[in-house]
Ligand binder design. Structure first.
Ligand code: ADP
Length: 292
């Protein structure tokens, strides 16, 4: 005897029509978009808070630096050699801290969308020569020779002069800092496909493939670099952000133990644009202006 068929108590669920699926997905996308916007806004506000807080720290620090300078100035009385040494340590540490705070402020301002750059046509050869001149003493301290092969075409790059030099200073000083004594750091520049590409090649400690992305994040350093020199891990993240803000890209090629090439691109300027005023004369420049 055949079993009686069980009666269905719940109705068969109705399948969603294509139009309903599209509608449901659209509203989900809209929800995700507004969530992303809210998170971005929150992140911008945090960056702005960090920038303002760091800015507030500059006032007392400037007072410390100013008074350290006054103490070192013999017209206010003389110090014995040990006191002079202590005062110069205060002044050095103060300048170092000021550089770090300035970098934190810059990174936070970029992340908050509040840092403005003023791109103008700049002769790349001249910018590199000026920064190389400033870096020569530092390179000498690490017993590294610094070479620059100027591009005979001397391309004009569209960049904010001060920010371009800040990036160059960070990359060239890193190359010297993470190099072995007696080695060479080479700076090259040339135009290709509407961009000027600048590369800084060292024969230093190198970077392992697994470290190549993270070193562009704030406060990230490699073990090999930490064994060689002090640092805060702010120069590269700031440099990459500055380059991107000016329409370029930054990256690194490296062989661990053999050396690295840090490179960046910036748009080529048109010959018809007015060249930038040479805003920063070498004589007025000090490493502290660019240092991280
Ligand atoms: P800092 O040099 O103060 O640590 P940076 O942000 O400039 O900070 O660099 C981040 C890290 O990237 C360095 O600590 C180092 O690990 C690595 N790095 C940067 N430049 C080089 C280089 N030329 N050779 C090897 N490692 C480098």
């Amino acid at each position: 005897m055949s079993q009686p068929t069980a009666r269905k108590l719940t109705p068969e669920p109705r399948h969603e029509t294509a139009a309903e699926t599209i509608q449901r997905l659209r509203s989900r996308v809209a929800e995700l978009e507004s969530l992303t916007q809210a998170l971005e806004q929150e992140s911008r506000e945090k960056s702005l808070y960090l920038a303002s807080m760091s800015h507030e720290m500059k006032a007392p620090l400037n007072a410390i630096n100013g008074f350290a300078e006054l103490l070192a100035d013999t017209s206010y009385g003389t110090l014995d050699p040990e006191q002079q040494r202590f005062v110069s340590r205060i002044a050095e540490a103060g300048q170092h801290l000021l550089g770090l705070i300035n970098d934190v402020i810059d990174i936070a301002r970029i992340d908050a969308g509040r840092l403005e750059v003023a791109p103008q046509p700049v002769r790349i050869n001249r910018a590199i020569e000026q920064v190389a001149l400033i870096c020569r003493g530092l390179a000498r301290d690490y017993d590294v020779s610094l070479r620059f092969d100027p591009d005979p075409a001397d391309p004009l790059v569209l960049a904010d002069d001060r920010r371009l030099k800040q990036v160059l200073f960070n990359l060239i000083s890193n190359a010297a800092k993470y190099s072995h004594a007696g080695s060479v750091v080479r700076v090259q520049a040339g135009a290709e496909n509407g961009h000027v590409r600048v590369s800084i090649t060292d024969q230093g400690v190198g970077i392992r493939p697994e470290d190549r992305d993270r070193i562009f994040e704030p406060f990230e350093r490699t073990d090999a670099a930490m064994r060689m020199a002090d640092g805060a891990g702010l120069g590269l993240p700031l440099s990459r952000r500055l380059v991107e803000l000016q329409g370029g890209e930054m990256g690194v090629d490296s062989k661990p133990g053999e050396g690295s090439t840090f490179w960046f691109t910036l748009p080529v300027a048109r010959e018809t644009d007015t060249p930038a005023q040479d805003a920063l004369q070498v004589a007025q420049s000090s490493p502290a202006q660019y240092a991280d």
